[in-house]
Design a protein around this ligand. Structure first.
Ligand code: PMP
Length: 397
């Protein structure tokens, strides 16, 4: 039976990581993998997480099944973190949230849920989008189409084209929007652009699915949730997939959440029962550890404060790296305008160089990034920015 298989292409980012690890060059730079790193290139465990884990170690008294929804308390805290404590949809009991294995798990549950809502479903994703979006939705039997988003030539949002495309979407389709820190472009909607997209969503009647994998990495926990909160206040149906991988640094614990916003509590209950059925068929129930950590942090004023400070440090470092690279490139005499990097948000931007130039950076300077020239901003630091900017200057000559 297995003989009938043909090999799948290797994940380009993981392949890059293997090459990077094997590279003996002491000056090598990894701008591939999308995880937060400190100046030493390490992805640390947050102090607030360590505190919460100690607490959990001492107080956890069972490993019994947690159930398909995960921890109800975590779900409540995550709902409030995403939507705000006094969101009308929350006060009107129109939101249902479950814990999921990471943001990926939330998206996969959402995909199967959408398929159950409508067998002929189509989802529209931004061009470009996180590479895994396509596979995740196709795996659930959903057709994936794209709407215009990033203008590689002008390093800007194709906002008029995006609006025109969304206005043509069928009311029975789903449109995926990135809440903040757009992966891979770093190009986010401004609040007023969100308002316009929300008006189109309302007028056309399609269902928005918002992917929020980086809440707090752009401008702040509340600022980054602007689109989520406004959308939920204005439409009858919405899906939110969130992740605690980046903002709590809980990557390998696999914890996230999937929320449904509906028009009334009765619809919410029915939709929730379908969501739970989907979960039972996919993985039965989510892991509990990461959720317990987040719960302990958000339950404690002191730990929440510590988390917000640690989150701000990560955000500030990323934003600092952005300006540092732009300044360094100028200092190295690079004529091309890279100022867009300092204006974009989150973990990624496209450098905007050709695949040949990407290969040269790797072969001649041991600087690793994916072919599209998407760079992971957290991989930049005081220790390598000079080397990096000099290398970019050389390959642009
Ligand atoms: N959505 C986007 C846009 C992402 O960038 C990521 C992580 N790279 C995810 C979802 C999934 O996150 P998780 O690791 O929590 O599954």
């Amino acid at each position: 039976m297995f003989n009938a298989l043909t090999a799948m292409p290797a994940d380009p980012i993981l392949g890059l990581l293997t090459q990077y690890r094997l590279d003996p060059n002491p000056n090598k730079v990894d701008l591939g993998v999308g995880v937060y790193k400190d100046e030493a290139g390490h992805t640390p465990i947050l102090h607030c997480v360590k505190h919460a884990e100690r607490h959990r170690f001492e107080t956890e008294d069972t490993k019994v099944y947690i159930g398909p929804t995960g921890s109800a308390h975590f779900n409540d805290l995550m709902t409030k973190l995403a939507f705000g404590h006094d969101h009308p949809a929350l006060l009107e009991n129109r939101i249902r949230t479950i814990s999921t294995p990471g943001g990926t798990g939330a998206l996969r549950v959402a995909a199967d849920f959408i398929k159950r809502c409508r067998t002929q479903a189509t989802i529209w994703v931004s061009d470009p989008t996180w590479a895994n979006h396509n596979g995740l939705f196709e795996a659930a039997g959903i057709q994936v189409k794209t709407y215009p988003y990033y203008d590689h030539d002008n390093k800007s949002l194709r906002f008029d084209d995006m609006k025109a495309a969304l206005a043509q979407v069928s009311p029975t389709d789903v449109v995926l929007l990135h809440a903040c820190c757009h992966n891979p472009s770093g190009m986010d909607l401004t609040p007023s652009q969100w308002d316009e997209v929300i008006t189109i969503t309302k007028n056309v009647g399609f269902t928005p699915l918002i992917d929020m994998a980086y809440q707090g990495f752009g401008e702040g926990v509340d600022e980054d949730a602007y689109g989520v909160r406004q959308m939920a206040a204005n439409v009858d149906n919405m899906i939110l997939c969130s992740s605690c991988s980046k903002n709590f640094g809980l990557y390998r614990e696999r914890i996230g959440a999937c929320s449904l916003v509906t028009k009334d509590p009765t619809t919410a209950d029915v939709a929730f029962s379908v969501l739970l059925y989907v979960v039972r068929c996919l993985y039965s129930m989510p892991p509990a550890h990461g959720a317990a950590i987040v719960e302990t942090i958000l339950d404690s004023e002191k730990l929440t404060q510590e988390w917000l400070e640690e989150l701000a440090q990560m955000r500030d470092r990323i934003n600092g790296n952005r300006s540092m690279l732009v300044d360094k490139l100028k200092e190295k005499g690079v004529k091309r305008d890279f100022s867009f990097i300092a204006k974009q948000k989150g973990m990624f931007s496209f450098l905007g160089i050709t695949p040949e130039q990407v290969t040269r950076l790797q072969q001649e300077y041991s600087i690793y990034m994916v072919d599209s020239s998407r760079i992971s901003i957290a991989g930049i630091g005081d220790g390598n920015v000079d080397y990096l900017a000099s290398a970019i200057a050389k390959i642009l000559e």
